[in-house]
Design a protein around this ligand. Structure first.
Ligand code: NDP
Length: 246
């Protein structure tokens, strides 16, 4: 799958699944722009990405802030002249039962996981529409499909991402822009590392393929959605979960 000549913008790309997607796209020839909140992680990630022989830029980005998304998109367009692939990956958890969930933890998760996808899409979409091509890949979650006790905020945000994906896909299909979502299951990253062992064991028990996913499992699906092999696919949710939800 050849992505040479393309520029990919990956939010939350300094570590975890986002960094793995950036690395895989870079291995396939794409130049990379990553946006993330942590400057130190950004610098390390950009150095590693350049090791694949492509050009990479890292910009401080808070996806929950529209002006921040607009600024980073402008920097990327000023430098490269185009952005071909947007991966809305940045996301957080603030888990608790509804009874104990702080209002600000509900709002924060929605503003990063859901509004962040809207913000970056809105900031970039007019450029993609003008160039009459583009790919948008939104990282949702199986939790958005099935819900989870203790994750009402996260589940609502990730279900929202699916509705947003389908609406965006319908709005921009005539401009040759494909918009799809990936719903990962239990993937081993720093986000899931902090979960208690009994919760991890319970999740593993519900996975027919009997192993947690890796960031590469998710990145492989993202590469397919970024490539010409998926040119007739839009508005879909690809579930990457070892069979957890079927
Ligand atoms: P990580 O926590 O490992 O990485 C998330 C990255 O996003 C971090 O670099 C983080 O920065 C960054 N980030 C956080 N807030 C913002 C913000 N406001 N603006 C820009 N960047 C931000 O998460 P994962 O790699 O595990 O998850 C990536 C995506 O995949 C998320 O959307 C998540 O919900 C989703 N997902 C993950 C699953 C899993 O099992 N891991 C399962 C299903 C979905 P910092 O380093 O400062 O925290």
């Amino acid at each position: 799958m050849d992505l040479s000549g393309k520029v990919s913008f990956i939010t939350g790309g300094a570590r975890g699944i986002g960094f793995e997607i950036a690395s895989l796209f870079a291995k396939h020839g794409s130049d990379i722009v990553i946006g993330d909140v942590n400057g130190e992680n950004l610098r390390k990630a950009v150095d590693q990405l350049k090791g694949f022989g492509i050009d990479a830029e890292g910009y401080i980005l808070d996806v929950s802030n529209y002006e921040s998304c607009e600024e980073v998109v402008k920097k990327a367009i000023d430098k490269y002249g185009h952005v071909d692939i947007l991966v809305n990956n940045a996301g957080i958890t603030r888990d608790n039962l509804i009874m104990r969930m702080k209002i600000e933890d509900f709002d924060k998760v929605i503003s990063i996981n859901l509004k962040g996808v809207f913000n970056c899409t809105k900031a970039l979409i007019r450029y993609m529409m003008k160039q009459r091509s583009g790919r948008i890949i939104n990282i949702s979650s199986v939790i958005g499909l099935m819900g989870n006790a203790g994750q009402a905020n996260y589940a609502a945000s990730k279900a929202g991402v699916i509705g947003l994906t389908k609406s965006t896909a319908k709005e921009v299909a005539s401009r040759n822009i494909n918009v799809n979502a990936i719903a990962p299951g239990y993937i081993q990253t720093e986000m899931t590392e902090v979960l208690p062992d009994d919760v991890k064991q319970k999740m593993l028990g519900g996975i027919p393929l009997s192993r947690p996913g890796t960031p590469t499992d998710v990145a492989n699906a993202a590469l397919f959605l970024a490539s010409d092999y998926s040119s007739y696919i839009t508005g879909q949710v690809i579930v990457v979960d070892g069979g957890m939800v079927m």
